[in-house]
Design a protein. Structure first.
Length: 160
């Protein structure tokens, strides 16, 4: 334990480094994967799948970041909130791009992105539920994409 503290002055500093690294890695990989496709509908599908796959690979980090945010100091809470809003913003931009391309039709891209984020969070926060039902990450990703596209595609009568 003493050797660890020769690199970090406190547990809080170590926690901050871990949290920052997880946020940067998530943002970088999401942007990298989304940047490889052109159309907004493909970006939306890629963003949802990539985010869910990242939560598979980094499940302990995502769970900890979500569940323990309330116990962090104010500065770390602020960074945690900013990280969540940044990943939501990626989906706001995709939805807005899709609206400009005439692929998506909705009135509330920000609220829609918020709901997309909530569905993705449900995957890593409530894994027990999906494990019990034997739902794979691929099945869940397909379902989230189906639900979101049923809301944002022009042939959707609700136009949410």
């Amino acid at each position: 334990m003493g050797a660890l503290y020769s690199y970090f002055t406190s547990k809080e500093e170590l926690l901050e480094m871990i949290q920052n690294q997880g946020r940067r890695l998530t943002q970088r990989i999401l942007n990298q994967q989304i940047g490889q496709v052109k159309s907004a509908d493909q970006k939306l599908r890629t963003g949802i799948r990539t985010h869910l796959y990242l939560t598979e690979v980094m499940q302990p980090w995502f769970y900890f970041a979500f569940m323990e945010a309330k116990n962090l100091d104010k500065a770390q809470q602020k960074k945690s909130i900013e990280g969540e809003l940044a990943s939501e913003q990626i989906f706001v931009e995709i939805l807005s791009e899709g609206m400009a391309q005439g692929i998506f039709d909705m009135d509330q891209p920000v609220l829609t992105a918020t709901v997309i984020k909530a569905m993705m969070q449900d995957w890593y926060v409530k894994r027990w539920k999906y494990n019990r039902r034997r739902i794979s990450v691929d099945e869940y990703a397909d379902f989230v994409i189906f639900v979101v596209e049923s809301i944002v595609k022009p042939d959707n009568p609700s136009g949410i």
